[in-house]
Every structure is written in structure tokens, then in C-alpha cells.
Design a binder for this molecule. Sequence first.
Ligand SMILES: [Zn+2]
Length: 316
Amino acid sequence: MSTLLVSQPNFESHVTPSGHPERADRIRAVETALRHSRFDGLVRKNAPGTDIALIEVVHGPDYLARLRAVRPAEGIGRIDEDTFISSGSLDAVATGLGGALLALESVLLGETDNAFCAIRPPGHHAERDRPMGFCLANTIAVVAREAQRKYGAERIGIVDFDVHHGNGTQDIFCDDPTVFYGSSHQMPLYPGTGAPRETGVGNIVNAPLPPGSGGAEMREAYLERILPALADFGPDLLLVSAGFDADHRDPLAQLNWGPEDFAWVTGKLMDFAERCCEIRLVSLLEVGYDRDGLAAGAAAHVAMLLDGTMGELTLA
Ligand SMILES: [Zn+2]
């Protein structure tokens, strides 16, 4: 097995206001955890830049122009009450996307079995016509579309275990029978979408979890709902929106997952990819706001991707 870790050299270029939970320090926590000797076997690459106009494959025609219009020449501009754009944010978006596309190419060409991209800003809340929820562009949606456009993949599976529902990814693909979106998320919680009745054209599976629930409820959601539906869909490629804010320490949500739960769901997704997608799995970091919870969850996730076991990880 081989696993690619894509790092983003300019993750600090997207600046949010002091005290904002989506901050550059999150990536530092992930990078520090993944420097441990446990991860010596990773293939490591830096994200290259890419043309930000690529986001138009999933966003509306004037979306990028509107982002550029609110981007300040210096300092930080405000998009909505919790979503901000700084002078360097679009450079960060372009590089994060470039990294995700590098991971896609590596996995589709068989250079590595799977990949994890430690990138920001996150993307799964960005809808076709609206940036929101700390997200400026929907990176995983662009990756799914590029897999089809550039590499001829036909059916793409996206699984999202971030604690928040990926309303943006659902919005972009809700009428597209070639893309599956399955999400576990806390409900009620921001952004308020993700009820089981939201099924798109039969390609959307939402498995909401109640506040205070933990690994047992999560396992049931995947074993009973998300994984069977994913198997019925039959993707060529599996993409993962990997958020680690379901961790019990996270300040923005109330689920009680630990690193072993992120490892478990990762293992199930890998088993699925091995059986159905020629192993091909690309995982993109969404969020996680507790520094230790994020680091421990991401370490468990990447350890599994690397060799299918938590191994000798010392996890907080
Ligand atoms: Zn989240």
C-alpha cells in the first residue's frame, strides 16, 4: 500500500479574524501530528497552484467574479456573519484545489493507493451560488467533476463524516445521478440541512446523529444506511470529506467520537474502496476546531490510510 500526503505551502494565506475557529493553526496541528515517525512511510508532496477558474465547473458563472469583488486588497473582508475572505484567500483556495487535484491524479494513475490532503479553507458548505460556513469554494465537488471530465470516471461516491452537514456538496449534486453523497452529521446543528428526507434523485443519503451520541450510533449509521447505499450506487472512485469536529473535545458540536471512531470509519471506507473502487480513495480535510481533537483524529485517519491499522500511535 502507499499513501500520499499533500501539504499546502500557503495555508496561512487565508486569514480569518482573531478568535475565528477556522484558523491557520489547525493545519499546523495536523502537520505536527503527521511528522511523527509513525508516518515515515507516507509519500509527501506539496500542493501546486492551479487556475482558480476551475471552480466554475461546479459554481455559477459569476461566482468567482463575486468572490473577487468582495476580496479586499489588504486585510479581511466579510461575506456573511461567519465567512471571511482576505487578500490571499483565493490563492489559498487555488493551491488547496491544486493539491486535491494532484491527489486525484496520483490515485487515478495508480501512483498511490490513496491520499490525504491537509488543506484549507474547507469547502463542503459552499453551494453552487453561495459561499458560506467558512467555505469559499467547494473543493471536493470540483475534484469529483474533474475526475469525470478529465479522467473519464463515471460514478463518483462522496462520503462526508464532518460533524456538519455538507449542504454545499448536496446542493451541487442533488440532481446529478452520477454522483453519490452520503453524510453523517449532528442534527440539529449548523447549517440545518441534512434530514433523511433529502434524497436528491436517489443519490443522497443523510444519516443525522443526535447531540451527545458517540461511536455506537455512528457505526449503526454507516453499517445500516451509508455503506449499503454506497454499495448499491457502485462508484468508480471514493472521495472523503474528512472533518474531525465530531471529536468529543470539539467546541462547535456535541458528538462524542474519539480517534478510534475516525479510524473505524476510515477502515470501513477503505474496505469499500478495495472491494468496489480498485482501492481508489482521496480524502480532503474539511474542519475540526479543537487542536488536540483535530490532530488525534487526522492522525488516526491517516494511519489507517497508510497501513490499515492505528499501529503504535499515541493518541490523546
Ligand atoms: Zn464541520
